[in-house]
Design a binder for this molecule. Structure first.
Ligand SMILES: Cc1ncc(COP(=O)(O)O)c(C=O)c1O
Length: 348
C-alpha cells in the first residue's frame, strides 16, 4: 500500500471509533434529540471554554456558517491571502452570503501584519463620510496555518488581534482546523487561543482521525445563528450521533498522540534537508506539515509523479513546492521510507 502523505484528511477511523459508531445512541438532531450529538457539542464547548458548540459536516461548512452568523451581505471578511478560507473554500462567503473577502498579506509565519489588519478595517467614520467602502463584518485567523507549513501562531499574537477587533467592535473567527496540533506543539490548552476569539472551527477529521465532521464553538447567541445557517446550507442532520460518536473519541483519546505526528514530520524534514536540490525550512516545521521546495514547478510535478509510482503520495503545493502531512496510520518507518523514495526521485 502506498504511503499517503497528501493530507491528514486521509486518516481512517480507529477500531474504538467504529465501535462507538455502532453503539451510538441517536435521535433526530434537527429536533435537538440526538444525545450523542448533544454530548459532543457540550464537550467541544467545555474544551474551548465557549458557551456552546455546533456539530457540522466539515471544516468548510463550519467556517462558512460562522462567517454568515457573524456578518451580513455587503460586509467584509478580513482574512489572510494565504488562508484556507480564501484559497480553498470557493469564495463561499461571497458566493452564498454576499460578503466581500478583503485579503491582507500573510506573513511566512502565518500571522497577518497588525497594521494591515487595522488598515483593512474601514471604520464607520470612513464609510459614513464617503459611502465608498463595504463595512467590516469579521476578522479571520488560522492556526495552525496550513499554507505556512503548519505554523503555530502564538496566543500573544491572538491577544493583539483581539485588541484591534475590540477597538472596532468586530468579532474574530478562528479557523482552528488543526488547533489541537498548535496546542500540543506549544504545550498549551486550546483555551490559550480561544479566549481571544469570538468563534472557532475545529476539525475532527484531520489528525484526530474521525471519519467526518467539525465543530464550531462560540457564544450561545452566535451558535443559535450558526445553527440556522447550517440548516440553510443543508447541514441539518438527523440521526447524526452515528458520526458524532467517533468525534467524541477523537476529542477524548486522539489529541495527545498528535505529538507523534509532529515527531514524524521532523524525521521527514531532517531527512529532506540533506537532499541536493531540496530546500526546507527546518525551523518552520513544528507540527505535522512539511512543505519543501524543489527547483521549479515542472520539477515538483515530476517528483510527485515519480514518487507516486514508487509508492509515496504527496501534494503539489504550486510554485515548485510539495507538501507532506503526517497523521494517524503513518509510522516512523514510513517516514524513513518516504525520505528514501524522495531522495531517489530528486537525484535524477
Ligand atoms: C486550515 C483548514 N481549514 C479548513 C479546512 C476545511 O476542512 P474540510 O476539508 O473538512 O472542509 C481545511 C482542510 O484541509 C484546512 O486545512
Amino acid at each position: 500500500m502506498a504511503i499517503d502523505l497528501r493530507s491528514d484528511t486521509v486518516t481512517l477511523p480507529t477500531p474504538e471509533m467504529r465501535q462507538a459508531m455502532a453503539a451510538a445512541e441517536v435521535g433526530d438532531d434537527v429536533f435537538g434529540d440526538d444525545p450523542t450529538v448533544n454530548e459532543l457539542e457540550a464537550l467541544a464547548a467545555r474544551v474551548t471554554g465557549m458557551e456552546a458548540g455546533l456539530f457540522v459536516t466539515s471544516g468548510t461548512m463550519g467556517n462558512l456558517a460562522s462567517l454568515l452568523a457573524h456578518g451580513q451581505r455587503g460586509q467584509e471578511v478580513i482574512l489572510g491571502d494565504e488562508s484556507h478560507i480564501f484559497q480553498y473554500e470557493n469564495g463561499s462567503a461571497s458566493a452564498l452570503g454576499g460578503m466581500v473577502l478583503h485579503t491582507v498579506p500573510t506573513n511566512p509565519d502565518g500571522t497577518l501584519p497588525l497594521e494591515a489588519v487595522e488598515a483593512a478595517i474601514h471604520s464607520p467614520a470612513h464609510h459614513y463620510h464617503f459611502y465608498h467602502w463595504a463595512p467590516p463584518g469579521v476578522i479571520c485567523l488560522e492556526n495552525t496555518h496550513n499554507r505556512c507549513g503548519g505554523a503555530v501562531l502564538e496566543p500573544s499574537y491572538f491577544a493583539e488581534v483581539a485588541a484591534i477587533a475590540r477597538r472596532h467592535g468586530l468579532p474574530v473567527h478562528l479557523d482552528g482546523a488543526r488547533l489541537f496540533n498548535a496546542a500540543v506543539a506549544a504545550g498549551r490548552p486550546v483555551t490559550a487561543w480561544t479566549e481571544h476569539v469570538t468563534s472557532v472551527q475545529l476539525c475532527l477529521s484531520k489528525g484526530l482521525a474521525a471519519p467526518v465532521g467539525s465543530l464550531i464553538c462560540g457564544p450561545a447567541d452566535f451558535v443559535d445563528r450558526a445553527r440556522r445557517m447550517r440548516k440553510i446550507l443543508g447541514g441539518g442532520m438527523r440521526q447524526a450521533g452515528v458520526i458524532a460518536a467517533p468525534g467524541i473519541v477523537a476529542l477524548t483519546k486522539m489529541v495527545d498522540r498528535l505529538a507523534e505526528d509532529h515527531r514524524h514530520a521532523r524525521i521527514l524534514a531532517e531527512g529532506l534537508a540533506g537532499l541536493p536540490g531540496v530546500t526546507v525550512d527546518l525551523e518552520a516545521v513544528r507540527t505535522n506539515i512539511v512543505i519543501f521546495r524543489v527547483a521549479s514547478a515542472a520539477e515538483a510535478e515530476r517528483v510527485q509523479a515519480e514518487a507516486a509510482v514508487a509508492g509515496l503520495l504527496v501534494s503539489d503545493f504550486g510554485a515548485g513546492r510539495l507538501r507532506l502531512v503526517t497523521h494517524y496510520g503513518i509510522g516512523e518507518e514510513d517516514c524513513r521510507r518516504a525520505v528514501a523514495i524522495l531522495a531517489a526521485c530528486v537525484r535524477r
